[in-house]
Design a protein around this ligand. Structure first.
Ligand code: ACO
Length: 340
């Protein structure tokens, strides 16, 4: 991507925008197949494939934490952008599985990369986190406060999965994706974002304990309250409605139409959710970039990993206009239109 587009160009008639200078991703080595789950819960490859579209997912090693995955993805994005870690002014990590309650995972990534000039913080918007974090970075870039921002979606979902709950444990995977955002005035960039939240539905997807409401205790561990609890059907319904609406809102804000979108990069939670959105938007499913078959739902990491794979694989090219769209716990949702 960098070779096609110099990082910064000034072309008359364009405003300063946040543009993608490089992408990177990292998936842990261990592959866990659907068949592997049949040894721990009452399920089958057939059920998981037909209900979700997932065949396998990656699982981090026991000593591997979210910041380890994030730093590797960040390094690859820096390489793709042709930048050094010391060029970074800002690091945001979107995650629901931070290494610790404090410090932020972003500060740990800063240390791992040696990005000493950057200011760093985490963003918690669950599966919508990458879209929220990119929108926050856009504000800093467009107002001139920062020149290079590293936005990472990184998750070790295996650390908050209830391995005895067949309805949820089969859905998730670990990984990290990263984007270096910089500034340019050449028509490229993050054109528009639409975001929304509904805290009234907070209980549909929740990790009950481990925060201030229910600090960790022997009882919370015994009750498996440090793992995800999800009302799958309800989440499914809200995901379809809100992702389709967010997509329409972002497109309208960007002043374009769905016909202008080359590729949609959706949050990779469930193939049936994505098919339902495609139907609502009256877009062929072939215009959606899908990798969930190999990754499962990586929450905040899912869009940047898919984006990086699509860029490196040559599916997404300079000049394309892409739509990212996500939905997650909170509830939160969002969509962005990005001109590459
Ligand atoms: N293997 C076999 N059977 C199962 C499994 C499993 N892994 N999980 C559930 N079942 C059974 C249920 O017990 C139920 O059996 P019953 O009819 O005898 O009671 C039956 O399958 C149907 O269960 P449902 O929950 O109704 O199945 P559904 O078709 O809704 O699929 C799923 C469940 C895949 C979780 C779906 O609801 C879903 O995808 N929801 C959205 C989940 C999601 O994407 N969450 C994340 C979005 S936000 C984020 O990314 C954090």
């Amino acid at each position: 991507m960098k070779t096609q587009h110099p990082i910064s160009q000034n072309l008359p008639g364009h405003r300063v925008r946040a543009v993608i200078a490089g992408t990177g991703s990292y998936l842990p080595a261990r592959v866990m197949s659907n068949d592997d789950f049949t040894k721990i819960v009452d399920t089958s490859d057939e059920w998981i494939r037909t209900r979700t579209g997932i065949r396998e997912r990656r699982i981090a090693a026991p000593g591997e934490a979210t910041s380890d995955l994030a730093a590797k993805a960040g390094e690859r994005a820096l390489q793709a952008a042709g930048l050094n870690a010391t060029d970074l002014d800002l690091i945001i990590v979107a995650t629901v599985t931070p290494d610790h309650l404090l410090p932020s995972t972003a500060c740990l990534v800063q240390r791992a990369l040696g990005a000493e000039r950057a200011f760093c913080f985490d963003m918690e918007a669950a599966c919508s986190g990458f879209i929220y974090a990119s929108e926050v970075a856009r504000c800093f870039l467009e107002n001139g406060a920062v020149r290079h921002a590293l936005v990472i979606g990184a998750e070790k979902m295996s650390s908050i999965v209830d391995w005895t709950d067949r309805q949820t444990c089969v859905l998730f995977g670990d990984g990290a994706g990263a984007v270096i955002w910089t500034r340019a005035e050449d028509g490229r960039g993050l054109l528009a974002t639409a975001m929304g939240s509904d805290g009234r539905l907070a209980d549909l997807l929740v990790v009950p304990a481990g925060g201030s409401r229910k600090p960790a205790s022997a009882e919370t561990v015994a009750a498996r309250e440090h793992a995800i609890r999800m009302s799958g059907r309800e989440v499914f319904r809200h995901a379809v409605v809100n992702m389709a609406q967010a997509a329409r809102d972002a497109i309208e804000k960007a002043g374009c139409t769905l016909a202008d979108i080359t590729w949609v990069i959706p949050h990779q939670a469930n193939q049936r959710i994505i098919e339902a959105i495609a139907e609502r938007l009256e877009l062929p499913i072939g215009r959606f970039y899908l990798n969930l078959e190999r990754t499962g739902n990586m929450s905040g990491a899912s869009i940047p990993v898919a984006l990086d794979e699509a860029v490196r694989g040559g599916t997404i090219r300079p000049g394309d206009r892409i739509l990212t769209v996500a939905f997650g716990s909170g509830l939160t949702w969002g969509a962005s239109v990005i001109q590459l």
